[in-house]
Design a protein around this ligand. Structure first.
Ligand SMILES: Nc1nc2c(ncn2[C@@H]2O[C@H](COP(=O)(O)O[C@H]3[C@@H](O)[C@H](n4cnc5c(=O)[nH]c(N)nc54)O[C@@H]3COP(=O)(O)O)[C@@H](O)[C@H]2O)c(=O)[nH]1
Length: 534
């Protein structure tokens, strides 16, 4: 250094006496020395040069500078040195960097799901489109997977959104481990994930990926000491076998996923053209079911529940039927699963509740004695915040008394979240409503829970009644359920009773309340009125 001015002192903290005679390198942080030499060489080569470089002040602070360097010549035009003018641009640089960071962040947000940090639909579609172009050019095949969590709606409804979100985050982490870096896993929203897997030469290799995903889900998920078993249903479409455009590949994978749900969930399915027809039928049915609820196409049938000791009526179960304008009477098994899947079950069950309560009151006002009303209650209806409000409102509007009411809830639904169910069922119980566990024996309720449930009745599932009294296993299960009910001092009721022998056997074992075709099929209101008048 041969000259050092006042401005340099202000910028870098050293004064002229400290700098003159020293190597300029002390002004640069270690990692900028290479660049400093580059600037020097360019200046010598071209006579002048301008660039940005970081410098280090006397106090050790790193600053950004804009440097204009030019060669210094003597009177004989020989290069004797370099002059440098430096300007502090630290503040400008910091603003630029913050802006860059912000842009990166906004860019990430625009293309990623905030919960799982996975690519979102926009980015997935973009990558899928690019993959199609590449695959067309290079004659490659690939797969689109539609992955949907099983029963996620119930997890959300029963355990709350916090738990639902945690489950989604854990599932996303497990899924990402099943795929290669070049594949794209995205979250479309809710519990839906899509996966783009490159270079899938055969359906067998796609099946391997699907199996890997299902294996990854086998380990239980533990959140806040709660253990959950989460499974997924997967639909797969293959390029070019099934479709060659983005829209169809996604649609077909989605249709195949619905097929996997129908096949009992926790499995994967490849798209086939047959599925397309089924999916179309289902979409039509959902639309029609919405209309049916709005336009009162639903009918409530009543099935008598009989005390077999004296053949007297103790109550009725309300069972919904759909009076379809073209198809005629549609049984609930054909639409209840769809209603549950789409959330329509809440409206449907509310409709049945209003109708049945007003029919019951009408019968009582006619001097008839329909006994207790049993209503099927879905867990999503029970977990709704406005459920109790709606129940109270319907009781008031119809004049129906709570002491005449039993809610039937299936064992499997209650066991989805036993703790929350206990809380809600206790509230019902405190109102004076009776609770019956439906389809008992088909689920997996533990005795410990059963003791804590505010339950009044157990309803033996009809699958155990069907082969009574000739099937030893069914007899053993039926006897065990009856003994359990006795020891817990619960009422017991058998459903699906069709034969005299079954009635005799049940009476011998101590089960007196019976529902089934042996006494009566479910009856429309008019026939039920006649039944009551007999
Ligand atoms: N959430 C709601 N679920 C409902 C409602 N209405 C019905 N359902 C559920 O749909 C399933 C099928 O119901 P359904 O076709 O009405 O069948 C019921 C009876 O008809 C049938 N049954 C009665 N006796 C016999 C018999 O002797 N043999 C025989 N094969 N079937 C018989 O059993 C069904 C009674 O079911 P359950 O509720 O378990 O007592 C069924 O799961 C209904 O629960 C609704 O409004 N909401």
């Amino acid at each position: 250094m041969i000259h050092w001015n006042h401005g340099a002192t202000e910028l870098l903290g050293y004064d002229a006496s400290e700098m003159i005679g020293r190597n300029i390198d002390i002004l640069y942080p270690e990692d900028e020395l290479k660049k400093a030499r580059w600037i020097k060489m360019q200046t010598l080569l071209y006579g002048s040069y301008r660039d940005q470089i970081r410098k280090q002040t006397k106090e050790g602070k790193v600053i950004y500078t804009d440097v204009s360097a030019s060669v210094l010549r003597d009177e004989k035009n020989r290069i004797v040195g370099i002059t440098r003018y430096s300007q502090d641009i630290t503040q400008k640089k910091e603003i630029e960097e913050a802006l860059l960071e912000q842009t990166k962040k906004l860019n990430f947000q625009a293309y990623h799901d905030p919960l799982t940090q996975l690519p979102n639909r926009t980015l997935f579609n973009d990558r899928l489109q690019q993959t199609i172009v590449y695959a067309q050019r290079h004659q490659e095949s690939f797969g689109v997977f539609f992955i949907d969590l099983d029963n996620f709606k119930q997890i959300n409804d029963t355990l709350g959104h916090y738990m639902g979100d945690e489950v989604l985050k854990i599932v996303a982490k497990r899924l990402i481990k099943c795929v290669r870096e070049e594949d794209t896993l995205s979250r479309l929203g809710g519990d839906e994930f899509t996966l783009l897997v490159h270079e899938l030469a055969t359906p067998e290799s796609a099946a391997k990926v699907a199996e890997k995903i299902m294996d990854a889900m086998k380990e239980p998920i533990v959140i806040d000491h709660q253990t959950l078993h989460v499974t997924v249903s997967i639909g797969i479409s293959l390029y070019p076998r099934d479709a060659i455009n983005m829209h169809d590949l996604l649609k077909y994978a989605d249709i195949a996923m619905y097929k996997a749900k129908e096949e009992g969930r926790n499995n994967y399915q490849f798209y086939s053209s047959k599925m397309m027809n089924i999916a179309l039928k289902k979409a039509t049915m959902e639309k029609e079911l919405r209309r049916a609820i709005e336009e009162n196409e639903l009918l409530v049938y009543y099935q008598p529940q009989i005390d077999a000791r004296n053949r007297s009526l103790v109550g009725v179960e309300a069972l919904v039927r759909w009076d379809h304008p073209e198809k005629g009477l549609v049984p609930p098994d054909a639409f209840i699963p769809l209603a549950e899947e789409t959330g329509l079950i809440k409206d449907l069950d509310h409709y049945v509740m209003c109708q049945a309560m007003s029919d019951m009151v009408e019968w009582q006002q006619m001097g008839l004695a329909p006994g207790i009303l049993s209503l099927n209650l879905s867990i999503s209806q029970l977990m709704k915040n406005d459920f109790f409000f709606k129940l109270q409102k319907t009781l008031l509007e119809t004049g129906f008394k709570v002491k005449w009411l039993t809610f039937e809830i299936t064992e499997n639904q209650v066991m989805l979240n036993p703790k929350r169910s206990i809380k809600k069922l206790t509230m019902l119980n405190q109102m004076g409503v009776k609770i019956s566990i439906d389809d008992f024996g088909t689920g997996y309720s533990s005795l410990a829970y059963l003791k804590r449930f505010p339950v009044d009745k157990l309803k033996i599932d009809k699958s155990f009644i069907h082969d009574l009294p000739y099937n030893a296993e069914d007899c053993a299960i039926t006897n065990a359920v009856i003994a359990l009910a006795e020891s817990l001092q619960l009422e017991i009721i058998a459903e699906g009773v069709e034969q005299r022998d079954q009635v005799r056997y049940l009476l011998e074992q101590g089960c007196y309340i019976i529902q089934g075709y042996h006494y009566s099929r479910p009856l429309p209101k008019k026939e039920m009125t006649e039944y009551l008048q007999r």
